[in-house]
Design a binder for this molecule. Structure first.
Ligand code: MG
Length: 395
């Protein structure tokens, strides 16, 4: 498929290739509280699918991610360190221009411009686009129109021929110098090909794919998830363990519940040994490090902190990675105080903080039959496990 006038012979084989991913829109039509490029899809945000697709292709040397103005730091912290983050502008064309300005290649090199809301980009499509530019000024994936088309005029419908009609997708690939020049006079184009078309450049269309469909409406996310993730990720499982020693005091805090006792637990925070173990189990299930990485005991801001802060943050971190806590199980190991009378309160507090039904939270207690440091009543140990399942997408 090709149309237009071919300006000159091109050889893409020796060209360097950059990729610009445009993720600057707010995407309100896709529903949910997050912009569509940030919504979780198969365990990672939508935009990260495109970052990964370009990262895995051996011809792509640079990746520029154009994000909503002001969100640069959040994206930089979340994505691959070699991705260049650029602030977007008011219009899509403005955001593409910002991305082009950030490309550190020569005018003769190639640039792919891609919508972050199209997560289903394959390695084959990237290769085919680079190849197509050997014989064209621009190239894009496209699908033929298969549905019947009608035009409404007043109350009447008339047929529109499907012949030679295409649905054009992204990425669209160009010579860096050519697209920069073509866009310099344009402010709000329907897509970047339009700038090349306006100069009578030759556009090659390669085979597009339904997996490259754009996420626009709430249902799109679920449909794409079933296309891209026919087998959803298996649940993740994590464990945690913690110990705190007794010191003089009047109560201990276990799962946020204050239990009168003739000693307290020593620690920089409120020393809630149970929630510390659980925080580690949740972080561990998503391979996100441990409680000490996120809340260093050496940091004075955590002195005396309520451990619900740690637990809540762990739940938020795994949600950011596309996971939700679906159940957890805790074992408190001590001779005293007696845990059982407080067990239901501990389950309810834990359920409240995590946002789960109490039926998914188990709290158990045991002794070590007088053996070891817990047997000598020197402190309390706790172990925890947590199961994470993929976060359901909004619909
Ligand atoms: Mg601890």
């Amino acid at each position: 498929m090709a149309c237009g006038f071919f300006i000159a012979t091109r050889y893409s084989a020796g060209m360097r290739v950059a990729a610009i991913i445009v993720a600057a829109g707010r995407g309100e039509r896709a529903g949910g509280s997050l912009p569509k490029q940030l919504q979780p899809l198969g365990g990672k945000p939508v935009y990260q699918w495109s970052v990964d697709a370009f990262s895995h292709h051996d011809r792509i040397e640079q990746i520029v991610l154009v994000v909503p103005n002001g969100d640069e730091d959040a994206y930089a912290a979340a994505t691959n360190p070699n991705v260049k983050i650029v602030a977007g502008r008011e219009t899509r064309t403005g955001s593409v221009k910002a991305g082009l300005d950030a490309c550190a290649l020569s005018d003769r090199d190639l640039v792919m411009i891609h919508d972050a809301a199209r997560p289903g980009l394959s390695q084959e499509t990237i290769s085919a686009l680079i190849e197509a530019l050997e014989h064209a000024d621009a190239a894009a994936p496209a699908l033929v129109v298969s549905d019947a088309l009608k035009r409404q005029t007043g109350s009447r419908l008339s047929n529109v021929s499907r012949e030679n009609l295409y649905r054009v997708q992204t990425p669209q690939v160009f010579k860096l110098g050519a697209i920069t020049a073509a866009l310099s006079a344009s402010n709000d184009l329907v897509d970047d090909l339009a700038a090349i078309e306006a100069q009578d450049g030759m556009v090659a269309l390669i085979d597009g794919s339904e997996t490259l469909a754009k996420i626009t409406y709430p249902d799109d996310l679920n449909r794409l998830e079933s296309l891209l993730m026919p087998h959803p990720p298996a649940p993740r499982f994590g464990t945690g363990f913690d110990v705190h020693a007794f010191e003089p005091g009047q109560e201990v805090v276990l799962c946020g519940v204050r239990i009168p006792h003739d000693q307290k637990l020593a620690g920089h925070s409120d020393a809630d040994v149970a929630w510390h173990a659980l925080t580690d189990a949740i972080l561990g299930a998503a391979a996100l490090g441990d409680i000490g990485d996120h809340f260093p005991p050496s940091d004075p801001q955590w002195k005396g902190a309520a451990s619900e802060v740690f637990l809540k943050h762990a739940v938020e971190l795994v949600a950011g990675a596309g996971w939700t806590v679906s159940s957890c199980d805790l074992t408190i190991i001590c001779e005293a105080p007696k845990v059982k009378p407080h067990r239901e309160a501990m389950r309810e507090e834990t359920a409240r903080i995590i946002g789960l039904d109490t039926s998914a939270i188990s709290v158990k207690a045991t002794t070590t039959e007088g053996l070891g440091f817990t047997g000598r009543r020197e402190g309390i140990a706790a172990q925890a496990s947590a199961v994470l399942t993929p976060l359901q997408t909004n619909s």
